[in-house]
Design a binder for this molecule. Structure first.
Ligand code: FPP
Length: 239
């Protein structure tokens, strides 16, 4: 395996399916919520690593539309963890020039989490370093349905015609409208699934799966993923 080369192409946008918090907790004989808490430390480490490597967009799958089906206590622990994380870390987001954005049906989140999210998004809006996009109550099929509904509404209002629709116009109506597509998609903890994450946006992304559980994921793991990405790109360049 080739080593990470900081002078070679760095992906502009990295998206991560942060999986394995529950398994990590189980391995340690601890409750699942402690796996999520340790996962929040990995989020902080990932932000630092992305800043250092010059990555411009980091999209994290934090809570899927399907995750609402988990036991109430776990959902509530995750929502509290998110609100707590935002409250505690917003000053460091500001200090590190990180802009927070969110994708998903956030109207379904509890009020306290929404309030912290809105506050943090507003306070970091002018930052122009790394953009952190958190996917919350997010499902790619739901996103595609929402985009289609918005487009149908515009067509009904006479603002667009059927022949105006193309890939670009459609993509603009996704929650991710203003972000570039991910160059690299990472999934931790070894599952070979996309789990309803960014299905439209990852059409041309490189996919990297690691057995490392999310709470153990640190900069060297990110660098290993980027090294793999760089190797694939160098091959393309040679064609
Ligand atoms: C998947 O692991 C992880 C989640 C459903 C939650 C992700 C949340 C965090 C990393 C914490 C906070 C996030 C932010 C943005 C501060 P799993 O529970 O499905 O693990 P398992 O498959 O091993 O059971």
């Amino acid at each position: 395996m080739s080593a990470f080369d900081p002078t070679a192409e760095i992906p502009q946008h990295v998206a991560i399916i942060m999986d394995g918090n529950g398994r990590w907790a189980k391995q340690q004989g601890r409750p699942r919520r402690e796996g999520h808490r340790a996962g929040a430390d990995s989020v902080e480490a990932a932000l630092e690593a992305c800043g250092e490597l010059g990555i411009k967009f980091l999209t994290l799958y934090a809570f899927s539309s399907e995750n609402w089906k988990r036991p109430k206590a776990e959902v509530s622990a995750l929502m509290k963890l998110l609100a707590h994380f935002l409250k505690e870390k917003t000053p460091s987001l500001i200090e590190n020039n990180i802009r927070l954005q969110v994708i998903g049906r956030t109207e379904m989140l509890p009020k306290s989490s929404r309030t912290e999210l809105e506050r943090s998004i507003e306070k970091t809006a002018d930052n122009d370093g790394l953009t952190l996009v958190v996917a919350l109550s997010y499902g790619s099929r739901e996103e595609i349905v929402d985009a289609t509904r918005a487009l149908m509404q515009k067509a009904t209002n006479g603002e667009i015609q059927p022949e105006d629709l193309d890939n670009e116009l459609f993509a603009q109506h996704l929650y991710t409208g203003e972000f570039p597509d991910p160059d690299l998609l990472i999934r931790t903890s070894g599952e070979l699934r996309l789990s309803n994450f960014l299905l439209w946006q990852i059409s041309y992304s490189e996919i990297y799966i690691t057995d490392t559980l999310w709470p153990d994921f640190r900069q060297p793991h990110l660098e290993a993923a980027i090294a793999d990405y760089q190797r694939r790109h160098r091959r393309y360049g040679g064609l």
